[in-house]
Design a protein around this ligand. Structure first.
Ligand SMILES: C[S@@+](CC[C@H](N)C(=O)[O-])C[C@H]1O[C@@H](n2cnc3c(N)ncnc32)[C@H](O)[C@@H]1O
Length: 229
């Protein structure tokens, strides 16, 4: 996606393509993608009930990378509609392969900026939001590109149902503190757990590909929040 300077001058993600996509994965863009792609969120509101009638819950994963976590959670929770957003096309190709290999019927993808999906979702429509190892943008002059800021925190809180949960995970210490400060001051969000044990992975966490690379400056830090009315 190119920068849309009309309403969003700053990109929160880096490259959208790296190595050539393998032919088998490229073919999935023609065969599987039309079945799982979300309607264009810029064209109008999204109705989760229409995306998967009868879904028990609706989860949103922002920046799913290669889709390993998204696919694992979708397999664990077949009754849950899993919406995944990721502009990095090699990652989308990988996710399509996971969806095909797992025979997953409950995943829907938006191969672009999650902020458009968030804006198009109804208020109080999400049960869970997962932001796992977002691009750290750790140089001070790049901090403004961070996905988590007061605006996205508020928009996500507004889209969580009462009792819904948001998980933010990073292995960059200053991003954890940045996120903690902003999420703590977001109306309606209440932190679950204690910063004393913020390195303890929650039991339902699935290790991600980025996490395995250990590129950050600390062990993963988990911040879980609940939406209170
Ligand atoms: C560091 S990677 C981590 C990927 C994956 N969550 C993992 O842990 O393996 C962060 C990902 O977030 C994606 N991303 C950044 N900004 C985004 C946005 N606004 N909407 C959706 N995805 C975004 C990037 O393209 C990148 O693939």
């Amino acid at each position: 996606m190119s920068d849309d300077s009309q309403h969003r001058p700053l990109r929160t993600f880096g490259r959208i393509k790296s190595r050539p996509i393998k032919p088998r994965q490229a073919a999935l863009f023609d065969t599987l993608m039309p079945q799982v792609q979300l309607p264009d969120p810029r064209s109008g509101p999204l109705d989760p009930a229409a995306l998967m009638p009868g879904a028990a819950e609706v989860w949103l994963e922002i920046g799913f990378g290669g889709g390993e976590h998204l696919a694992a959670q979708a397999a664990r929770h077949p009754g849950v509609l899993m919406i995944g957003c990721e502009p990095f096309l090699n990652g989308v190709a990988s996710a399509l392969r996971h969806i095909e290999e797992g025979g997953l019927k409950n995943v829907r993808l938006h191969p672009d900026d999650a902020r458009d999906v968030i804006a198009a979702l109804p208020l109080a429509s999400l049960d869970r939001v997962l932001i796992l190892f977002p691009d750290p943008w750790h140089k001070a002059r790049h901090n403004k590109r961070r996905l988590l800021n007061d605006d996205t925190a508020r928009d996500l809180a507004d889209r969580l149902k009462p009792g819904g949960q948001l998980r933010f995970v990073t292995d960059w210490h200053d991003y954890a503190e940045w996120a903690l400060e902003r999420l703590d001051r977001t109306p309606g969000l209440m932190r679950i757990g204690d910063t004393a044990d913020w390195h303890a992975a929650p039991p339902d966490h699935v290790v991600t590909r980025y996490e395995e690379k250990k590129l950050g400056d600390t062990a993963p830090i988990f911040l879980d929040y609940e939406k209170r009315v």
